[in-house]
Design a protein around this ligand. Structure first.
Ligand code: PNS
Length: 181
């Protein structure tokens, strides 16, 4: 029996969908470690320190949740923490194939079991990638992310509100001057 689980991810950035999964998973374990992968491709929008800060603020209301980072194999992180349960959110059938592969590999590598939390239908369309794209082109992501993340996205993509673009139809490259991922 385990009293702890790991909820891993890239969290670039954490969304309300992640928070929902974390909140629900945290009710079933004494301790839930949210483990943020250090290297998420060549150009994460938020560096690791910022992703951790945003996770800390988004989960500050959850006493049994700890934020950590990891590099390399997830099963190695689990081994170091002596934890054998991983929790992942499942949004849709499209998630299933890759999630099943990861779960089976992690089980084969180190007897780590994966428990899936069915994402709330409120968030089944939500991903960090889409949130970044919407924010990059001036869309309002307020309903989709914690407040600190929204502020972080506005800082990354300043002066790009949809309203501004509507009154300036002659404006040229919307993505001009924005950081690359
Ligand atoms: O938020 P994401 O990007 O869907 O999370 C994916 C993550 C971080 C859980 C996965 O890529 C991972 O565990 N990476 C660590 C490297 C590893 O262990 N790879 C083998 C998994 S079978």
């Amino acid at each position: 029996m385990s009293d702890a689980a790991v909820c891993p991810g890239s969290f670039d950035p954490v969304t309300n969908g992640h928070v929902d999964v974390i909140e629900r998973a945290a009710t079933h374990f004494d301790r839930l470690i949210v483990a943020c992968l250090r290297n998420v491709g060549k150009h994460p929008l938020f560096d690791l320190e910022r992703r951790l800060e945003l996770l800390e603020s988004a989960t500050a209301h959850l006493d049994n949740v700890e934020i950590a980072s990891f590099d390399g194999l997830l099963v190695e992180f689990c081994r170091r923490r002596d934890i054998a349960i991983v929790v992942r959110g499942l949004r849709a059938v499209s998630d299933f194939e890759s999630e099943l592969e990861m779960a089976q590999m992690n089980h084969r590598l180190a007897d780590v079991e994966t428990f899936f939390v069915a994402t709330s239908p409120l968030y089944s369309f939500l991903s960090s990638t889409l949130v970044k794209e919407v924010a990059r082109f001036g869309g309002d992501v307020t309903p989709f992310v914690p407040r600190a993340v929204n502020e972080g996205l506005r800082a990354q993509f300043p002066g790009q509100s949809s309203a501004e673009r509507l009154v300036e139809p002659g404006s040229t490259n919307l993505a001009e001057g924005t950081p690359h991922e």
